[in-house]
Design a binder for this molecule. Structure first.
Ligand SMILES: C[S@@+](CC[C@H](N)C(=O)[O-])C[C@H]1O[C@@H](n2cnc3c(N)ncnc32)[C@H](O)[C@@H]1O
Length: 312
């Protein structure tokens, strides 16, 4: 059963800057946040974006009752400006990005995200990326080790990469998990040895971190004054990118230490609303363990922060 994370917090913090504005849900998934936003703010319209056509189909069914208040666009949020242009949206009254995979994607055994089900090693969120099988069977040992280290923070990156290269071709989730378990022994009370390898390959296959910073810049550029952007991240690599982007957009100097005068041309485009990331309450974590790692950060466009129009 899919439950949208930090739902109350998103509803409270992502209030639109005007009652008849346009919200964007850049990762609509199964439409849980979108539905609640449309209910809470009855005058707004919402553009629902997702890279996964199956998610859009499900969200379409759920949000159909809102009629012309909702529009849908298939695509990656990295191409936000283009999507807004195609949708004839010039500026935005609030934007949500609930990053990562949905429970529908994780729970669909055939999509190969989980080592708990034997399935082809796919892991694509949408049709626009490489499969995990293509990566593990084509990259060399050093490239694989870099992915496992950088995206999985896997301490045994090199020996696992070596074992993968020796065992290929690998076609299924269980084959890959067994190779990892051959290098890293399972220990009682610890996560499955294959967890970090699967996380790393999923991030690499879907290029989850590529373009995230640019997306945040683009999103802020189309926000109306006093409109907000809310981003939910599920791992520290993602959250670090969001935190740094918000700080830079708030006008914090990013010059290397020791420069006599600031040279980074800092300008204040947003005000950070959440000084610390908002995390799930104990009650929510008990109901929905996936919310344990969620971190929500919100920033507000400052009046006078220069604005780019999607149409212009
Ligand atoms: C955690 S789910 C969203 C759940 C949703 N908020 C809800 O309440 O049902 C994340 C969704 O983002 C989509 N997604 C991930 N990266 C994306 C990207 N770069 N561009 C567009 N959609 C993306 C995934 O396909 C997935 O459906």
């Amino acid at each position: 059963m899919h439950q949208s994370v930090l739902l109350t917090e998103v509803l409270d913090l992502l209030r639109p800057n005007r009652p008849d504005g346009t919200l964007v849900d850049a990762t609509v998934g199964l439409g849980g946040h979108a539905e609640a936003l449309l209910e809470r703010y009855p005058g707004v319209r919402l553009l629902a974006i997702d890279r996964d056509p199956r998610a859009l189909e499900r969200a379409g069914g759920r949000l159909g009752r809102f009629g012309t208040r909702v529009a849908f666009a298939e695509g990656r949020h990295e191409t936000l400006i283009e999507i807004l242009k195609q949708s004839n949206i010039e500026s935005v009254s609030g934007l949500l990005a609930d990053l990562g995979v949905s429970s529908m994607q994780l729970d669909d055994a055939s999509r190969g995200f989980s080592f708990r089900h034997d399935a082809p090693l796919d892991m694509r969120m949408g049709p626009d990326s490489k499969t995990a099988a293509e990566l593990v069977n084509a990259l060399d040992e050093s490239e694989l080790a870099a992915i496992l280290r950088d995206y999985g923070e896997e301490p045994k990156a090199r020996p696992i990469a070596r074992a993968i290269v020796a065992a290929r071709p690998l076609e299924t989730t269980v084959q890959l998990a067994d190779v990892v378990r051959g290098v890293k022994k399972a220990k009682r009370g610890e996560i499955d040895p294959a967890t970090l390898t699967f996380q790393a390959l999923r991030i690499a296959a879907n290029e989850e971190l590529v373009g995230l910073e640019r997306f945040i810049d683009d999103a802020v550029s189309v926000l109306e004054p006093e409109a907000r952007i809310a981003v939910i991240a599920f791992h520290s690599l993602e959250d670090r990118i969001v935190k740094r982007a918000f700080r830079r957009l708030q006008g914090e100097c990013t010059c290397p230490p020791g420069l006599p005068v600031c040279a980074c041309g800092k300008t204040e485009l947003v005000r950070i609303v959440t000084r610390h990331p908002v995390t799930a309450t104990e009650g929510e974590v008990n109901r929905n363990p996936r919310s344990r790692s969620a971190k929500l950060r919100v920033a507000e466009k400052v009046a006078g922060g220069s604005e780019q129009r999607a149409g212009g």
